[in-house]
Design a protein around this ligand. Structure first.
Ligand SMILES: Nc1ncnc2c1ncn2[C@@H]1O[C@H](COP(=O)(O)OP(=O)(O)OP(=O)(O)O)[C@@H](O)[C@H]1O
Length: 227
């Protein structure tokens, strides 16, 4: 059974078409790349899948549930139950230490407090010793690993990772991909990695290629006016 099923998905931003996906599905447990040049709508699709940005048209089924038929609270619950997200800009909460960032993710997912689950998730990314560190005291690579640990501390069925490697050198790119694949396997999760990083192509063979639907413009036109 598909974990992700998308039909007739269309979205425009400021009058410019960004997404047009007639049909796409990903079977449970598969690893899939979401490929496309900068501006092709990868982040927009990740946010639509996660119930964070409503698409203009179309249907998104996650584990058989229609994400956008739910109200905001229902979407929050479905996201909490099913999805772990590694955001492009990581979004660690700077005022909270590493452990608290992971506890917050579990709380937002409606899960009970579980210090062991948090410690295990950090151990699995090699950061067990940094539980009490604030994000500002971590290197970029360490922050990225915390973001991965936070995405999997809820034992999600779907891991969404938005451009997790493009800012990394070859060695760290390989390490982060290894970690994502390993964590997906540990959780038995479906993994979707959005990227324009060519180095990821050899590691994950399933793919959705997004075309760029319209040329970039210097300034976004007003809502409702096509570029
Ligand atoms: N808030 C916004 N206002 C205007 N245009 C936007 C906004 N957000 C996104 N866009 C435009 O929508 C298009 C798709 O953006 P999106 O971030 O989804 O692409 P992407 O493939 O993830 O790009 P990248 O690889 O650079 O992160 C781009 O052309 C972008 O400029």
């Amino acid at each position: 059974m598909p974990l992700i099923e998308v039909d007739g998905l269309r979205h425009a931003i400021a009058g410019r078409p960004v997404l047009d996906i007639p049909h796409w599905s990903v079977e449970a447990g598969r690893h899939c790349l979401l490929l496309g040049p900068s501006g092709s709508g990868k982040t927009t699709l990740i946010h639509a899948l996660a119930g964070l940005k409503r698409p203009d048209q179309g249907r998104i089924l996650l584990d058989g549930q229609a994400m956008w038929d739910l109200n905001a609270a229902g979407r929050d619950r479905l996201r909490g139950r099913l999805i772990g997200i590694v955001f492009q800009t990581l979004h660690l909460v700077p005022a909270l230490d590493v452990g608290q960032n992971l506890h917050l993710a579990r709380w937002l997912a409606g899960l009970p407090r579980d210090a062991r689950a948090v410690a295990q998730a950090l151990d699995r990314v090699g950061l067990g010793a940094r539980l009490s560190a604030k994000p500002e005291h971590l290197s970029q690579g360490e922050k990225q690993r915390v973001a991965i640990a936070r995405a999997v501390v809820t034992a999600p069925k779907l891991i969404l990772a938005d451009e997790p490697t493009s800012a990394l050198d070859d060695e760290n790119c390989g390490l982060v991909l290894d970690l994502l694949l390993e964590q997906a396997t540990v959780c038995g999760a479906t993994l979707l990695v959005a990227t324009h990083d060519e180095r990821t192509r050899a590691r994950i063979t399933d793919r959705l290629e997004l075309p760029k639907l319209s040329a970039p413009v210097g300034r976004a036109p007003k809502e409702g006016h096509a570029a």
